[in-house]
Design a protein around this ligand. Structure first.
Ligand SMILES: NC(=O)c1ccc[n+]([C@@H]2O[C@H](COP(=O)([O-])OP(=O)(O)OC[C@H]3O[C@@H](n4cnc5c(N)ncnc54)[C@H](OP(=O)(O)O)[C@@H]3O)[C@@H](O)[C@H]2O)c1
Length: 243
């Protein structure tokens, strides 16, 4: 068996209606995985669905900031060999403009949604012991921050801390947990960030020697984390940042 193949693996891909989630879904299906893809926007999620290779896939709409949506989603899931946590929104706001409301809204998507989905998956015993890999999206900005990134980067740094604890807690069950600290990649989120501050995007682009990434650059790395080839890799924060 090819250790890089995802044949006979069943994965849940969050944020699959756009950007990195969509690219990971397509690449994982190409590597042989059966998928459940989820997002909020039905039309764009269907677009992803149509791009998938093979036919053993399902799409389910869910707002992951909503507890009953999480529970409905998890109830419908089969046993999983992996989850890609790509749900997220971009927010650039100088410190003096941060409010309780904005902070709660940002943390609710970028931190609480992946954490509470994980809790629900664990309580419902949907993760296959011994053969499961959880992969959380973080950002290279937790190491190389940008001005105005206080809320967004803090939420991502919180995910990194959470994931490292989870890696310890779930190791006895043979469930691996890792984070990708991605550099800037051409997705709708980057377009949105550029609309808020082209200056931030241009500056970061100049700091990535191999330039801005493509979604497939992240997707192929994600496939490795779901494959048996990475079966001894857990608790890592991989910098994937164009050099
Ligand atoms: N692009 C980059 O340069 C970059 C760099 C580092 C890290 N990241 C991280 O990678 C992840 C994906 O980024 P991306 O560039 O692919 O962003 P994107 O294209 O904007 O996609 C974000 C995804 O999250 C989903 N989402 C947002 N709010 C949701 C909610 N409440 N419930 C369920 N789904 C929700 C969106 O679904 P709908 O559209 O259906 O609402 C969409 O599928 C993010 O967590 C981001 O922080 C991105």
């Amino acid at each position: 068996m090819n250790a890089f193949s995802l044949k006979s693996k069943r994965l849940l891909i969050t944020g699959a209606s756009s950007g990195l989630g969509r690219a990971v879904a397509v690449a994982a299906s190409e590597a042989g995985a059966s998928l459940v893809i989820t997002g909020r926007n039905t039309e764009r999620l269907k677009e992803t669905f149509q791009k998938l290779h093979g036919d053993d896939h399902v799409f389910l709409i869910a707002d992951l900031t909503n507890e009953s949506d999480i529970n409905n989603l998890v109830t419908q899931l089969p046993l999983l060999n992996g989850v890609f946590f790509s749900v997220g929104v971009s927010a650039i706001l100088p410190a003096s403009f941060i409010t309780r409301e904005k902070l709660l809204s940002d943390m609710s998507v970028n931190f609480m949604a992946p954490v509470l989905l994980t809790t629900s998956l664990l309580k419902s015993k949907k993760l296959v012991n011994g053969k499961c890999s959880l992969l959380y999206m973080s950002t290279i900005s937790t190491v190389y921050p940008f001005v105005g990134g206080g809320m967004y980067i803090s939420a991502r740094a919180a995910i990194e801390g959470y994931a490292r604890v989870l890696a310890l807690e779930l190791a006895p069950k043979g469930i691996r947990v890792n984070c990708l600290r991605s550099g800037f990649v051409r997705t709708p989120m980057l377009d949105q960030t550029a609309r808020i501050s082209q200056e931030v995007v241009s500056k970061i682009e100049s700091q990535q020697p191999l330039g801005i990434g493509n979604p497939d650059d992240v997707a192929q790395t994600a496939v490795f984390y779901f494959a048996d080839a990475s079966k001894w890799v857990s608790g890592t924060n991989l910098i994937l940042g164009g050099g």
